[in-house]
Every structure is written in C-alpha cells, then in structure tokens.
Design a protein around this ligand. Structure first.
Ligand code: GLU
Length: 287
C-alpha cells in the first residue's frame, strides 16, 4: 500500500524503502523506475530511503559499475539516508542465517550441477529454468557425509519441510493484493556453492536488518517474494509490504536489460536527456 501524503503530521520514521541494485552493469530506465518509486514512497511519508549494493556475486560485480550507479542516482536527484550498504561486507550475517535454517532442519546440501538438474526428466521448466527436482533432498546420511567431506555444496531450502513448520503464509502486493505463499521453483538455493550465499537469503536478512517496511521492485521479482516471505517466517523476521511495478519495455517490446546500451542512464545522459525528461518518461501515475 502506498503511504498517502497527508502533510508533515503524518511523518512516519518507520517507513523505509530501499533500492538494491547489483553492480553487474549500468543502470537503465527500469532501474530508474524502481529507484524513483521507492524514493517517493519514503520521502512522501517522511520515512527513510536506503541504498544497498547487492554485490555478493563476486564473479559478476564490478566496483566501477557501483560508482557509476551512485553517480546516476545522484544525477536523477535521488538522495539516500545513512551509509550505502554492501552485501559483500555482510557475508557473516548470511552464514548465520543459513546455520539457523540448517539447525531447524529445513535446509540441505545439494551437490547437483546445472547439467544434472537440466537432465532430470521430470523437471518442469519455468522461466528461470527447470524447477529443482529434489535429487539431494533425501540423500542417505552416509553418502551426504562423504560428499560433504569431499566437496563444497550449495544449500537449498526444503520447501515442503519449511511450509510444514510455518503453516500457510500470505503477503501483500500493492497492485496484486493479498497472495498466499506458493513456491513454484521447488527447493531454491539459499547458498551458492561458489560464493557461500545467495540472493534469496541475503535479501531477506538485509531487508530485515535495514528495517525495510516497503519493498519496491520490478514484477520480474514477484515470484521470488513467495520464497522470501517463507524465509522471513522461518527466521522470525517481519514481512514488508511489496510494490511490484510493471517492467518498462524497450523499443523492441522486450524487457530492458543491462545489455541494452541505448537505454542506460549513462547513454541517455550522454545524448542530452535531463533528469526531468527521464523521470517524466517512466510512466509514474502521479507527479
Ligand atoms: N539486486 C536485485 C537486482 O538488481 C534486486 C533485488 C531486490 O530488489 O529485491 O535485480
């Protein structure tokens, strides 16, 4: 639910939104839409707008992208409260959360490669690839122990076990209304083998640690919210309100991606666009 703007007497310090880009490329207009929406939601309520750099994927993130992102946001006229958080500095917190999930018996090590998962005939294919068929969920204890001693695993959430613990859960999206938690991806990864954590877990830990009341982001992350709400319940963390906005499309009708050079804020700036023109072109429904 968007906080109404009723004047300074409604100032609510508990409202906090965030923009959480991954520095794997340049910001495009779609990022600007998320950032401006999140910034407005906080500022109109007298709340906080926080910036978090989601740089856990050390194989893809680059410091020069981060610097360019901060520069683009400031150029757009956005300001943020407090220091910028960097997920690369918070890995101990994600490891602790993983330990708690393992201790609760809802996480298990997974030794499958991508090829193993793709080859599993029964795996239905979703937009993000095949749902995990659960191959490592029931490894016998001796095999699991032997493999753990020999190789570093990924860790997955045992969704059925998790849901049995939490019971039915719901969350609210400002456009789509109340949602019952249903995890379509199967047992999703909460710690990658290569980097020791994963987006799904890090985002939940940090949204709670930063006191985020309202998550504003593209509808491409709508499905991820189901798993994130489940993790929040398991870890005893509050569930924020969600605002998933439609994705901006490029001239070719496809969703914008960091690879679409012409749509980056950097390219638009270089071509002479002003911040006002960019914001006016985002299709925000209010001024
Ligand atoms: N870091 C994610 C991205 O850049 C966004 C995460 C989120 O808003 O939850 O796509």
């Amino acid at each position: 639910m968007t906080a109404p703007y009723l004047g300074v007497e409604t100032v609510d310090k508990l409202i906090a939104s965030r923009f959480a880009p991954s520095p794997t490329g340049q910001l495009h207009r779609g990022h600007a839409l998320s950032a401006v929406m999140a910034w407005r939601l906080a500022r109109r309520a007298g709340g906080r707008f926080l910036l978090r750099i989601e740089d856990i994927d050390t194989t893809r993130c680059r410091p020069e992208h981060e610097a360019a992102m901060l520069d683009d946001l400031a150029w757009l006229g956005l300001d943020w409260d407090g220091p910028v958080w960097r997920q690369s500095q918070r890995t101990a917190h994600y490891a602790q959360a993983l330990d708690r999930l393992v201790a609760r018996g809802v996480a298990y090590p997974c030794f499958c490669t991508r090829a193993d998962i793709a080859a599993a005939a029964s795996a239905p294919h979703g937009p993000d690839g095949p749902a995990y068929p659960g191959s490592c969920r029931h490894l016998d204890p001796a095999t699991r122990a032997a493999r753990l001693a020999a190789e570093r695993p990924a860790w997955r959430l045992d969704v059925a076990a998790a849901q049995a613990r939490t019971g039915p859960l719901r969350w609210h999206d400002a456009r789509a209304g109340w949602q019952q938690v249903t995890v379509a991806t199967g047992d999703f990864v909460i710690a990658r083998r290569d980097i020791g954590t994963a987006y799904m877990l890090a985002v939940v830990v940090d949204d709670a640690a930063q006191g985020i009341s309202d998550v504003v982001r593209g509808v491409d992350l709508f499905d991820a919210s189901h798993g994130q709400v489940l993790l929040q319940a398991l870890l005893g963390l509050p569930t924020p309100r969600y605002h998933h906005h439609p994705l901006l499309l490029g001239a070719d009708g496809r969703r914008l991606a960091k690879r679409d050079g012409g749509e980056t804020l950097h390219a638009l700036r270089a071509a002479g666009a002003t911040p006002c023109e960019i914001i006016a072109g985002l299709g925000l429904d209010e001024g």
